[in-house]
Design a protein around this ligand. Structure first.
Ligand SMILES: Nc1nc2c(ncn2[C@@H]2O[C@H](COP(=O)(O)OP(=O)(O)OP(=O)(O)O)[C@@H](O)[C@H]2O)c(=O)[nH]1
Ligand SMILES: [Mg+2]
Length: 205
């Protein structure tokens, strides 16, 4: 009887944990975004932009949003570090792909790195949120989310849900809206269902 009530209590009150990969080429603003997420969603003050250095390993950020626990894995985007990305694919519920929207000369590089990510079998069906970052008042040259979508013209989405949002990792503009949308999509995605089934099966071994 106890286990029945415990199971029900756990079902009602335990928040599901989702793993979200934060990818993108170097200097796109991934770590600045991660630190801003910490400030926006918790009492912890994230690192200020002037103390953030290029990422070599992995930065992890945990927040609670839209009644879910979110774990962000922020990886280095330098060309020699991109081979590490795939080690995290299997366990990821979704991808956030960050692009410096003020730098069209790097869009092609961003696009080909992203296409490689999307082709990988371990990320099949993972929802994708593409952020047109650096929409900051001091950088008026940033392209909008719609313009970025046109530039990238992604063809190999393979049935996954893809969203574009304009954000500023500096001042936080657009971030909460984008994350809430992503969580909604993660909760309904087939990928989440299959990761849950796999975790359940592993638990019964
Ligand atoms: N103006 C402006 N600058 C930003 C914004 N986000 C990041 N930056 C700047 O862009 C540069 C790179 O930011 P990072 O967060 O280190 O970029 P990253 O994608 O983590 O880079 P790697 O770790 O090398 O992959 C830094 O100088 C940031 O201050 C933004 O929203 N607006
Ligand atoms: Mg970084």
């Amino acid at each position: 009887m106890f286990s029945l009530f415990y199971g029900l209590w756990k079902y009602l009150f335990t928040k599901t944990e989702y793993h979200i990969l934060v990818l993108g080429i170097d200097k796109a603003g991934k770590t600045t975004l991660l630190e801003k997420l910490k400030s926006l969603y918790s009492n912890l003050e994230g690192l200020p932009p002037d103390r953030i250095v290029p990422t070599v390993g992995l930065n992890i950020g945990r927040i609670e949003a839209s009644n879910a626990k979110l774990v962000f894995w922020d990886l280095g985007g330098q060309i020699g570090l991109r081979t590490i990305w795939e080690k995290y694919y299997e366990e990821a519920h979704a991808i956030i792909y960050v692009i410096d929207a003020t730098c069209p000369s790097l869009f092609e590089d961003s696009k080909s790195a992203l296409e490689k990510v999307l082709r990988h079998g371990d990320l099949q069906g993972a929802p994708l949120l593409i952020l047109a970052n650096k929409q900051w008042q001091d950088l008026p040259g940033a392209v909008s989310a719609e313009e970025l979508a046109r530039y990238l013209d992604l063809k190999e989405l393979d049935g996954r849900l893809c969203m574009f949002e304009a954000v500023s990792a500096y001042d936080g503009m657009g971030i909460k809206f984008a994350i809430d949308r992503l969580v909604e999509v993660i909760e309904r995605s087939k990928r989440t269902e299959s990761l849950r089934t796999r975790a359940g099966a592993a638990g019964h071994l």
